[in-house]
Design a protein around this ligand. Structure first.
Ligand SMILES: [Zn+2]
Length: 416
């Protein structure tokens, strides 16, 4: 396949922006952006997109920043989330979480890995596309999205379903260590409730203790984790009890209700409904007459838009021989100078919206190692951000070239 541009020139140009991408990442790390509080960073991102030659930049009704490059018929979406988790124990941080310290070619701080490095790369990719004229026939929507940490996919569902920006394919810029990712397990958050009958705790035999009714269920769920279905690429599903609480009139009365929360990871072929049916078939579940339901996310965005959805996030896998996977591998080979690793995410991403719910072919590619996400050692190498920027800029033309070759093979018409 002939790539319709000079790959080496693109990589060299991306390298020439090394200082720029490093400074941009430091600036983004220096703006705290907890989920639901992305207003300030959204302004910074919009400003930087404008400064880096984007054709149009706007903030949508939810609060996502949407920067557009090109105006061609083929629509592509590249997503990176702006929000981060909290800091936790500040004493555990070697470098201040919001200083954006640059040391040994790496930017340190909260969000450096997850995923302000990817965001900085996206913005420089927009610049590269404009500088090298790589937007022929293509529109690229660069989405800097909100609230991914609290409710993955929510902000991109808004982009797809309400802003009506529906691309032919999507790229998620979460950290992959510059591997091409083509899937992830899904997940659902479930609450299980047992009911009891309260009475004075001095005579427990007169009542029914809701906590005791829950105990065999907890043990069966622990055992269930070891025998869940598996998938050769995504691995097995999993289940864990992550919260337990009860309602009781007082410390000297029996609880009349007990609730546990489950984090249930879904492998290929599993859904929230199948996970619920599996729980309902447990002997202890039936004996205790327990009930199970998905939890609901319900919180406003930083712009005040009320958001509500069930906390169910579908798994997704893009086949290895899909043209987007192949284009991703070719593009990565071009920018890395070697064949990339092909892998999957263990954690969840906004791909649950694009591919999981809307079947829009999706791959992932991003700087830094996902194992550093949410830790006090978060960091991202400038060199990896440069390569990711080159990847995002080159993927469109590589895919276009691949389409032309496929068209040629199907119709016998020579590609121009
Ligand atoms: Zn992330």
């Amino acid at each position: 396949m002939t790539i319709p541009f000079d790959g080496q020139r693109l990589v060299d140009r991306a390298r020439s922006h090394g200082v720029r991408v490093g400074a941009l990442c430091r600036m983004l790390v220096a703006v705290p952006s907890l989920s639901g509080h992305e207003g300030k960073i959204a302004e910074v991102v919009a400003h930087e997109m404008n400064r880096n030659l984007f054709d149009r930049v706007r903030i949508d009704a939810l609060g996502n920043v949407i920067g557009t490059v090109g105006c061609g018929r083929t629509k592509r979406l590249i997503d990176g989330h702006m929000d981060t988790v909290g800091v936790g124990d500040e004493a555990a941080w070697q470098h201040h979480p919001f200083k954006g310290k640059l040391e040994d070619g790496r930017v340190w701080g909260r969000g450096a890995c997850d995923q302000k490095g990817g965001l900085a790369s996206m913005i420089i990719a927009g610049r590269l596309i404009k500088e090298l004229g790589l937007d022929s026939g293509i529109t690229v929507w660069f989405v800097a999205s909100c609230q991914e940490e609290d409710c993955d996919g929510l902000a991109l569902r808004h982009v797809l379903e309400h802003e009506r920006l529906v691309p032919d394919y999507a790229v998620i810029t979460e950290p992959t260590g510059l591997a091409v990712h083509r899937g992830q397990r899904g997940r659902v958050e479930l609450s299980v409730v047992t009911k009891g009958r309260s009475c004075h705790a001095s005579t427990p035999e007169r009542g029914e203790n809701a906590v005791y009714s829950m105990m065999p269920i907890v043990r069966e769920i622990e055992a269930l984790n070891g025998r869940l279905g598996t998938d050769p690429f995504l691995g097995p599903g999993s289940v864990a009890v992550t919260r337990i609480e009860c309602r009781t009139p007082s410390n000297n009365a029996l609880p009349d209700e007990c609730t546990i929360v489950l984090d249930r990871r879904l492998t290929a072929g599993e859904t929230g409904a199948s996970a619920i049916a599996q729980l309902e078939s447990l002997p202890s579940f039936r004996a205790s007459r327990a009930t199970v339901a998905p939890l609901t996310f319900d919180a406003p965005s930083w712009k005040g838009l009320p958001l509500r959805q069930e906390k169910e996030f579908p798994s997704w896998v893009l086949p290895e021989d899909h043209r987007l996977t192949r284009a991703g591998v070719e593009t990565a080979r071009l920018v890395l100078g070697a064949p990339p690793r092909i892998d999957r995410w263990v954690a969840s991403t906004n791909g649950v919206a694009t591919m999981g719910r809307h079947q829009i072919p999706t791959i992932g590619f991003g700087p830094s190692d996902i194992a550093l996400a949410h830790t006090p050692e978060e960091r991202v190498a400038v060199d990896e951000m440069v390569k990711a920027a080159a990847f995002y800029a080159a993927l469109g033309p590589v895919l276009t070239a691949m389409d032309r070759v496929l068209e040629f093979l199907e119709k016998g018409e020579a590609p121009d």
